[in-house]
Design a protein around this ligand. Structure first.
Ligand SMILES: [Zn+2]
Ligand SMILES: [Zn+2]
Length: 418
């Protein structure tokens, strides 16, 4: 193995600027910059020449802090540092953020020269890459200018500087807002429902809206956030979903709203709540808003929360109170076998699920009607439990009562999740 002195002495023939020389030893010695490290190596070699140990050092070297544009490796790339910083600061100027990270794209020729040099002189074990140095030096200057923290973990914005074309691309992290929603409108779905014929582009069938339903819980909440943040789109992650014709009442359903590419991230959530509740009045209401992160999206989507429903049911024949009492005793705590309902079979695989009725209550009303309150395991299909789905759900309330049952209306009263 060559000595360090032999290596730096050999490298000194290669017309490297301070940074490019220092960077080849970037992992040796801490608490300094590549520029200082390179200058120190040059100084030391100049001293050994004066001492009489080596010859021709000065002539083979760029002077410390000298002409970087003559550097055989970077061709003066670091002379442009302040320009890159200006570009980044400018690109960030209309974005709100707390933390950032710098990335860079560097000319392939420079990268090849660097890896060739590192191979030739066996520098790989202690050298740093040019992009690392570039990112760090730009990052330090941006930090000084804007007083924002650089962060490797979940930065709000990554600014990628393309040093070949002097452009900056921003990768803006989405924001995630947790809340609970109530839905009072029996005509709107939870999320945007694109037209199947045109896949959202707009056609005759969908009246050129691209959508089957005019609006949704997602849009009634998300559009206000999109406007306020200047983001590009919203995604809606609910803890399950209710049928379009079912209301969501009581304590509401947990959701996470995701906003892509927000320009403003720090919202007054109380004001947002009021804004949404005013504009969506009578249809949707939200509360309990707070900021959250991506990790909680899958947590919310996979949570198996029990739900309590209220169903207004019409019987074909008269049903007596004794039979209802018997039904309550029989169904509370019972496991229901449900083959995937016909109405959802286009989007769910056909299989038999076993879900428990936790408890059930029933209030008989006049004229062959009753109001059921049913608490069930996550995934229990309530309409099918009641009407039996032509034998696909067993046991069913309809079979037990021996009469046809029609669900006149369905509401979710509670999603049992704190
Ligand atoms: Zn250089
Ligand atoms: Zn269409």
């Amino acid at each position: 193995m060559k000595s360090l002195f032999d290596t730096v002495n050999a490298l000194s023939k290669r017309q490297l600027c301070d940074r490019c020389l220092g960077r080849q030893f970037g992992r040796l010695g801490t608490g300094t910059t590549d520029e200082e490290r390179g200058r120190t190596i040059k100084l030391f070699l100049a001293m050994t020449e004066e001492y009489g140990e080596v010859e021709g050092v000065q002539s083979r070297f760029l002077h410390a802090g000298g002409e970087e544009k003559d550097c055989a490796l970077c061709k003066g790339l670091f002379n442009e540092l302040n320009k890159f910083v200006d570009l980044v600061v400018d690109a960030l100027s209309d974005h709100e953020f707390e933390t950032f990270l710098i990335g860079s794209v560097v000319d392939e020729e420079i990268l090849e020269r660097e890896s060739g040099l590192q191979k030739e002189f066996a520098l790989a074990s202690h050298a740093e890459g040019i992009k690392n140095e570039l990112n760090r030096e730009i990052g330090i200057r941006v930090f000084e200018r804007l007083e924002k923290e650089a962060s490797f973990e979940r930065p709000d914005i990554v600014a990628v500087v393309d040093t070949r074309f002097d452009t900056v691309t921003l990768q803006v992290a989405p924001i995630f807002i947790y809340g609970r929603y109530l839905k009072f409108d029996r005509t709107i779905p939870q999320t945007i429902w694109n037209c199947k014929r045109c896949r959202g582009r707009g056609c005759e069938y969908c009246n050129h809206t691209g959508k089957i339903y005019q609006t949704s819980v997602q849009e009634l909440i998300g559009d206000a956030f999109l406007k306020e943040t200047g983001g590009t789109r919203h995604l809606f992650h609910g803890m399950g979903r209710e049928d379009i014709d079912a209301r969501m009442l009581g304590n509401g359903r947990p959701f996470i709203l995701e906003i892509s590419n927000p320009k403003r991230r720090l919202l007054d959530l109380e004001r947002m709540r009021e804004m949404v509740n005013t504009s969506a009045s009578g249809r949707v209401e939200i509360y309990n808003l707070r900021y959250t992160n991506r990790d909680n999206v899958s947590r919310i989507k996979n949570e198996k929360a029990e739900k309590t429903y209220r169903a207004e049911v019409e019987f074909e024949d008269d049903v007596g109170p004794e039979k209802i009492d018997e039904l309550i005793r029989k169904f509370s705590g019972t496991l229901i076998h449900q083959r995937t309902p016909a109405r959802v079979s286009h989007r769910r695989s056909d299989l038999i699920r076993e879900k428990k009725v936790i408890n059930i209550n029933c209030e008989l009303q006049k004229g062959k009607r009753a109001a059921f309150t049913i608490r069930g395991e996550s995934g229990l299909y309530i309409k099918e439990l009641i009407h039996g789905d032509e034998g696909r759900t067993q046991p069913s309330i309809s079979d037990f009562l021996g009469t046809g049952c029609k669900v006149a209306s369905l509401d979710v009263l509670a999603v049992h999740y704190e």
